[in-house]
Each structure stands twice: as structure tokens, then as C-alpha cells.
Write a protein that binds this ligand. Structure first.
Ligand SMILES: [Zn+2]
Length: 292
């Protein structure tokens, strides 16, 4: 599943590729991909003549700010165009975008197609079809309509996410620290890969009861999370999962993981073998010697 670094890689790709992309046609190939408005006709109509002005990311959500462009020859700055709400995307397990100059026949996993006046296409492909899109008209509350977005905890890179914050939210939690890191209401964007990698880097066992983790360990954990995520964003996300960037390429962070999917291999620090076990249904990889 794409996690924060992969979604951030997609965001940067979209921002680079879609220069002044004005949506002139929308084709919904699978109705269930449209989560809001309920009627897909409203989704399509709402997006027509929208300039995709800016891409943001919150947790694993991509959020496009839209501007309404009825008269393309208008010369005034883009900022002056009227807002036309937001296009929000969650890629879930296998969703990805492809930018296609001179549109071609879509593959069978194509879910939604956006075209500009020159027939350039932004295509959304999703093999397992768990991904969703919302068009949130101006005046409506994104956080109310998309519950998962409204309940997100702080971004790992924000100043709200520090050892004090962590100490406060986990002080009474008996859940494992691994489960805590996967909880999107506590911190946004971390999934299985980066939870395992961050805990290894901080020397903390994924099985530890969250409330037993000391302040100095939390300081280390926060630093590890930020370092691991930044490193992965820099290399375009991981090779694991079905993640693709806009060119259809995998990232290459997978080459550098220390524990994730290295079960039975030697720990890079101590030579002990990496182990794997499930925590709340998710495969967890760790070094029993380096992580206490
Ligand atoms: Zn080790």
C-alpha cells in the first residue's frame, strides 16, 4: 500500500506533469471509484472546466485545489480565478496515475479518465479498486465529508508531532507501539513498511506496550520516523507493493530497507537474523537483538 513517501512522490509528479491542466472531459469507467458526490454525473459536471491549480498531500490523501476557468483567453493571474472546490484522491492498495500525451486505449483496470482540450489524459488505474475520489464543492467541509481525513493525526514533519505529543497520546495505551504508529488518528501517513523501519532505526521492539516507552526513546523514535520518511521520499518511494509513479516506474527505496521483507537475513548492525511475526494482522519485521 502506498504510504506517505509514495503518495508524496505521486504529488510531486502530478505537480510537475500537470501544467495548467484544465479538465474538459471526464470519463468514469467504474462508478464505485467516485465516493462523492453520490451521483457520478454531479462529479463529472462539477469538475468540467476546472483548472488543477495546486496539489497538496495530507496523510495518504492527495488534494487538488481547483479553479473555475470558463474563459481560457482571460489574461489575469490564475489566483484570481474563482475556486471550484477540491478533487481528493486516496490510492488505497493499488491505485496510481498515469499521464498520457495523446490519449490511447485504456487498460481494463482504468477507473477514471480526465482529459484536457489537447486530448492529454490523466488516467487513474487501480487493479484492486479500493481507491476513491471525491469532488468537494466550495462551501462544503472536506473534513466532514471525508471522515478519514477529518480524523487524521499530525503530519510526521510538522512541529505538532514531537516526543511531548507522543508521550501525551500514548501514556495510557496498552497497545503495541507498532499498532500505535499504524493508527492514522495518532500520526498521519505511516504504514507497515515505515513503521517497521522506524522502530528498527530507533532500537525499539515493535511489541513494546506503548505506555512503557520512555521520553528519550520517543525523541529517538520521532527522529527515526522523519529520517526514514525523508530518505524514502528522496528516492521516490519503495519498490514493494504495486506502487507506481507517473512514469509507471517503481521507486528504489526497497533496496535500502533494514528489516522490512528481510526475514531470515542478517541484521545490518549485529548479524543476528531478522524475524517476522504478525501484530494486529500486519507482518512485522524486526531484529530481536537490536530492538528492545
Ligand atoms: Zn541487529
Amino acid at each position: 500500500m502506498p504510504e506517505l513517501p509514495e503518495v508524496e512522490t505521486v504529488r510531486r509528479g502530478l505537480e510537475q506533469k500537470l501544467n495548467n491542466f484544465i479538465i474538459k472531459k471526464v470519463e468514469v469507467c467504474r462508478d464505485s471509484t467516485v465516493a462523492f458526490p453520490i451521483k457520478k454525473e454531479e462529479f463529472i459536471k462539477g469538475l468540467l472546466n476546472s483548472l488543477i491549480y495546486k496539489w497538496d498531500r495530507r496523510g495518504k490523501y492527495l488534494i487538488a485545489q481547483l479553479k473555475e476557468v470558463q474563459n481560457e483567453s482571460a489574461q489575469f493571474p490564475l489566483e484570481n480565478f474563482q475556486n471550484n472546490g477540491f478533487l481528493v484522491v486516496h490510492l488505497r492498495m493499488t491505485g496510481y496515475f498515469k499521464f498520457i500525451e495523446n490519449s490511447s486505449h485504456p487498460c481494463k483496470h482504468t477507473r477514471i479518465r480526465f482529459f484536457d482540450k489537447n486530448n492529454n489524459e490523466l488516467r487513474y488505474i487501480d487493479v484492486r479498486s479500493f481507491g476513491q475520489m471525491w469532488w468537494i464543492n466550495k462551501g462544503l467541509s472536506i473534513n466532514k465529508i471525508i471522515k478519514g481525513l477529518g480524523s487524521l493525526g499530525p503530519e510526521p514533519f510538522s512541529k505538532d508531532f514531537d516526543a511531548n505529543y507522543l508521550k501525551k497520546v500514548i501514556s495510557k495505551r496498552t497497545k503495541s507501539i507498532k499498532a500505535i504508529l499504524l493508527d492514522q488518528t495518532i500520526v498521519a501517513g505511516i504504514g507497515n513498511i515505515y513503521a517497521d523501519e522506524s522502530l528498527y532505526s530507533a532500537g525499539i521492539s515493535p511489541f513494546r506496550e506503548a505506555r512503557t516507552i520512555k521520553k528519550n526513546e520517543l525523541i529517538k523514535l520521532k527522529e527515526s520516523i522523519v529520517t526514514v520518511l525523508k530518505k524514502s521520499i528522496g528516492s521516490g518511494g519503495t519498490t514493494f507493493s504495486d506502487f507506481r509513479d507517473l512514469e509507471g516506474e517503481n521507486g528504489n527505496f526497497g533496496l535500502q530497507t533494514n528489516v522490512y521483507r528481510r526475514t531470515g537475513k542478517e541484521c545490518r548492525k549485529c548479524g543476528n537474523l531478522i524475524e517476522r511475526q504478525k501484530i494486529t494482522g500486519r507482518s512485522t519485521h524486526w531484529c530481536p537483538k537490536c530492538q528492545k
